[in-house]
Design a protein around this ligand. Sequence first.
Ligand SMILES: [Zn+2]
Length: 576
Amino acid sequence: MYSRKLTLLLTSSILLVSACQQSPEPKAADLILRGGHIISVDPSFGEVEALAIRDGRIENLGSWSLIRRYAGPDTRVIELEDEWMAMPGFIEGHGHYMRLGETLTQVDLRPAQNWREVVDLVVNAAEEIGPGEWVIGHGWHQGKWERPPEPNVEGLPLHDQLSALTPENPVLLQHVSGHGLFANALAMQLAGIDDETENPTGGEIVRDDDGHAIGMMREDAASLVEAAVAASRAGESAAEQGSKLRRFSELAGDEALRHGITSFQDLGASFLHIDIWKNMATEGRLPLRMYAAVQESSEVMRDRLASYRMIGHGDGFLTVRAIGEKVLDGALGTHGGWLLEPYSDLPRSYGFEVTPLEEILASAKLAVRHKYQMAIQGIGDRAVRELLDIYEASFKSRAERHDWRWRIEHAQVIHPQDLQRFVDLKVIPSVQGIFACSDGLWVTDRLGEQRTRNRGYLFRRLMDMGAVVTNGTDPPVENIDPIASFHCSVTRILPTGQSFFPEQALTREQAIRSYTINNAFAAFEDDVKGSLTPGKYADIVVLSKNLLSVPDHEIMATEVLYTILDGEIRYQRESK
Ligand SMILES: [Zn+2]
């Protein structure tokens, strides 16, 4: 289906090119790119000399003698230098747009090298905002610190030192995985957590040997603290909330465009978020193209899914046709990913079923009824298998339908027996290249060497088997940086310099496809984006290096020079 459709596209673009060659004088383009390496990412993966854009669409591309005919008196021409590359704009295949915007207003804990540095950053922030206010931070991960905290429980810090230094501010520190948080004493007090509090279903209040809560809330235990934050904001009016969400949207948009991203797939949007984006899209103010997967309970979705389904609203800026990222399981970093066999470094645990299977099943039934795509998180091999089972049963329930494109988000651990099922069922492994390098530092502790080799982060294997492998960085879990994820996808080199199962590295071409046409396919948008093809949206990124040929060690130095969206330059690197 995939390749046949692409072949048709190729044929129609060839026809269009020859038709244009015969026409005496084509209409003048708004913008022309010329020189450098213009890579089409069509099936031939060809390189052309120039490309013309008109009315937000790609008008034509090919030799300069062909494209120069589109140059009129008002046409802007960007001359690309020899080492530059132009390609379809990056599509972020899995992220959390509002959270990305929100984290841009919070304390960034990613630079901290140890627990002491985390505490220092939080104390500074508390002094700045004054007593009584919540200090919200994000981006810490105990596995990425230069040394474990002392004392610790299962590698996690204890809250005492932090609490002593922040007695007047409740503190909430999101784990980088998004599957847990750390709270200080005041935050736990406001959340009603003490030594007697029982673990909520699907979550764990981590305790020391004496039964004292250490501050760490795994998976659904985090919601206790989040509820306390929400309660502190209960006085906010709908208008205040709306303008705050618009601000988050704008911040996230600027950050994405700076990184060459022209489309963003949001895997977990509430109806409220969608309302905001819809208004922004109607006004022409949504910063980039959004693909939103609804994350609400099946109870809430039942009555509203039908009216929220929209494709290309606001001149192709907002599409809603998926249900996600309802999480079936947690993350490997917090021992939450649901496994078929126990964790190697925590033998008492198989991870978590975060959302009950019945709820996923209820969502799948709604998806079938309302023609929505399912895009549910399955990280561990048990979660992946359960989802494949549910998807397969859903497909069989409507055997007359063929083009489902249901996705499993992350699909980090896959049992060998389930690999072929992705291809046979045409289920999309919605993976993130960068995770192989960020998780590679510690994931062999969690799974053991052998299990990681056979089941973990099998991106090349899946691609070679014929699955449509996507790419992204799950922002704000990781930086919204396609270059970093591309680098990891093609090198599998860890920050330490070691390489993480390099046999699973993608080729350059595969990695570019994963970030463009494959992501477009995973959103039913390969007819309008993902390649430089006449008639498609003029969403293009210009880079300072050619990703097809730059040496491995220079990939990370690649800069985004221009981000063109809908035919307009929406980001341009300031000249040095
Ligand atoms: Zn996610």
